[in-house]
Structure formats: C-alpha cells, structure tokens
Design a binder for this molecule. Sequence first.
Ligand code: ATP
Ligand code: TZP
Ligand code: MG
Ligand code: MG
Length: 268
Amino acid sequence: MEAGEILNRMREKNPLIHNITNVVVTNFTANGLLAIGASPVMAYAKEEVADMAVASDALVLNIGTLTKENVESMIIAGKAANKGNTPVVLDPVGAGATAYRTESVQKILNEVKISLMRGNAAEVAAVSGMQAEIKGVDAVGLTEDVVAIAKAASKKIQAPVVITGKKDVVANGDIVYLIANGHPLLTKVTGAGCLLSSVLAAFIAVEKDVVKACAAGLAAYGVAAEMAAEQGGKEGPGSFQIQLLNKLAQVNKEDILKMARIEKEGEF
Ligand code: ATP
Ligand code: TZP
Ligand code: MG
Ligand code: MG
C-alpha cells in the first residue's frame, strides 16, 4: 500500500476542496485542510455552488447543521460536480437521529452520484435502513459487525463507504480494508470526523482508486493523531486539537511507513 506516496501526491497538487459543511466545524475543517496540504473553500449560495463545484478538485456535502436551503445547494452543487467529473464525498452527520436528516441524505443520494460516504457506524447503518443507536451526532452502540454494515451500505448506495471509530473500515462492495490508527482524544474534539471527510476528499482528488485513497487518508490522519497525542495529549483535548493541526502538516511518508496499521480483509 503506497499510502505515503498518495499523501505526497496530494501535497504536490494542493487540491481545491469545496465544502458545504456545518457551522460547528467550518473553521477547523478549513485549517485542517490547509495543514495537511489541501486548499479549502466554503461556498453555499445557490447562485454560485455549481460554478465552485466544477472549479474544484472535490466536493464535500456535510449535513451537520442542515437547512432546507443548504440541502438545495448541496443538490445543485452535487449535480454540477457529477457533470464536471468532480468527486463528491457525503458525510451524513446525525443520520438516524431525526427523520429529517435520514430523509435528506436519501434525497441527496437519489439526486447525486457520490464517490464516497463517510460516517460513524450508527449514521451509516441508518442510511442503509439498519438498526442503530445514535445520541445527537455521536454513535453510542451497535449490535452488528461494523465490517458487515460497511459492506451492506456500500452495496446499497453503490459507492465506497468508510465507517470510522476505534478501527476504521473502508468497503467497496466486498473489498475491505481496516485501518487501526487514531487516538481516543479524537472523540473529544468536535469536527474530528467532519475534517476527516474533507481530508479523504483531498486524497480522492489525486487517487482514482477510492479504496486506496481512503486507506491512505485514514492512515495519514490516524498517524497524525497519534503523534499529536504524544505531544499534546497529556494536557487534554485543547492542546491535542492544536497539535493535531501541527501534526497534519508534519506527518510524512516515513511516519506512515513506520506507524500505519492497514490490513486488507482476507489478509487479517
Ligand atoms: P462520532 O460523532 O461518533 O464521534 P465522527 O464523525 O466524529 O463520529 P469518528 O468515528 O469519531 O467520527 O472518527 C474521527 C476520527 O477519530 C477517525 O480518525 C477515527 O479513527 C478516530 N477515532 C474515533 N474513535 C476512536 C477511538 N476510540 N480510538 C482511536 N481513534 C478513534
Ligand atoms: N452538531 C451538529 S454538527 C456537529 C455537532 C456537534 C459537529 C459534528 O462533528 P463530528 O466530526 O461528527 O464530531
Ligand atoms: Mg468523533
Ligand atoms: Mg461525524
């Protein structure tokens, strides 16, 4: 797995990532994308989203603080992205927590062809019509095996799916990788998942094999988090969040080679 090479390619290209995201994580997402070597733009107005999506190297649709207006913008942007061959990443934040969220994700999926959906296990399960427990935007409990949920969701939406948690899973139908990097302090920083969705968009922008791109992006992000915890973890989530930005900028091919824990299903 050439994860470090994909990271280098991403930094070389400095892809423009158009985010239609939530009000909680906007600034952190922009700073995190800059840190890892991508270029963020946030644009929401119906009048401009199609142009921005086409001009970008990837589009991220994140329903964290959805409104009727921004769901409309997401669909306009997504359709333009599809026409212009811009890959689209969907983060179904809080799907399953309310009917409006679940229905809005369905509406987006019906209208827009996505390259990747990334969420926690409860969100992905909800999108696939499976039983899951969710507290606001956080997954709290799951009965079914996460790999099985990822495979089923990928088959249902006909696109690769990433489920994050203690271990991350990327599935495209029956092709599955598990990535065992990361740190529990990530669960104490709001937007750690949303930023990751945008980071994966940056990797997809430079690697057509979405499963490979995701494995590389998940490993780079998880390794950066482990390095951040080493430096700022003892003091708590505040210092960790700042160190995460620093380490997203510093993480390199050698760190990934040393620290990445990527396994392909069938080989574990
Ligand atoms: P949730 O709202 O359920 O927290 P999320 O959208 O914030 O979901 P996470 O599943 O928290 O997304 O994933 C964000 C990052 O945190 C990923 O890199 C993931 O690997 C990491 N992560 C989450 N939980 C843990 C954990 N217990 N140990 C290590 N890393 C974790
Ligand atoms: N409420 C609505 S969106 C949001 C919150 C707290 C941010 C969720 O971010 P993440 O990355 O899923 O933790
Ligand atoms: Mg989290
Ligand atoms: Mg999330």
